[in-house]
Design a protein around this ligand. Structure first.
Ligand code: RTP
Ligand code: MG
Length: 137
């Protein structure tokens, strides 16, 4: 099943010089393709739409502050079962719980600064791709 997913390299990944490392792991996966890629800063409206499901939770405000603390890299990745696959490469949300070999397990520090976002379902992917890359066909 060929899918598309939205991946964000969060501000900690950019600040720490991990863009190449993380994108390299995605590229090394056979038959996955990067079909869009951009370095950008996120405004409050985009962040509110993107993380709307977490509004009201105690970590929401610090999450939005962190996500606007520097530029991010947004990418569209497509390929076989790529939604599940990039989540697997990323590892669990909490880097302490993430296994070595996963991106968060190898480089993550605290739960908020966990380097990467990847869409978690086909519905999320569709919504997030429209939000970040509205021109995508
Ligand atoms: P993401 O949405 O960024 O891909 O991460 P996720 O699905 O693994 O985790 P989610 O539950 O959706 O949480 C979104 C992001 O919020 C930050 N977070 N902080 N307790 C906390 O301080 C806390 N919990 C979550 C993380 O940056 C997480 O990736
Ligand atoms: Mg999430």
């Amino acid at each position: 099943m060929t899918q598309r997913t939205l991946v964000l390299l969060k501000p900690d990944a950019v600040r720490r010089g991990l863009i190449g490392e993380i994108i390299g792991r995605i590229e090394r996966k056979a038959n996955w393709t990067i079909s869009a890629l951009e370095l950008r800063s996120l405004d409050q409206d985009t962040l509110e739409a993107h993380y709307g499901e977490h509004k009201g939770k105690p970590f929401y405000e610090p999450l939005v502050a962190f996500m606007s603390s520097g530029p991010i890299v947004a990418l569209v990745v497509e390929g076989e079962r790529v939604i599940e696959g990039v989540r697997q490469l990323a590892g669990p949300t909490d880097p302490i719980a993430a296994q070595p070999g996963s991106i968060r397990g190898d480089f993550g520090t605290i739960v908020r600064e966990n380097l990467i976002h990847a869409s978690d379902s086909e519905e999320s992917a569709e919504r997030e791709l429209k939000l970040f890359f509205p021109g995508l066909v």
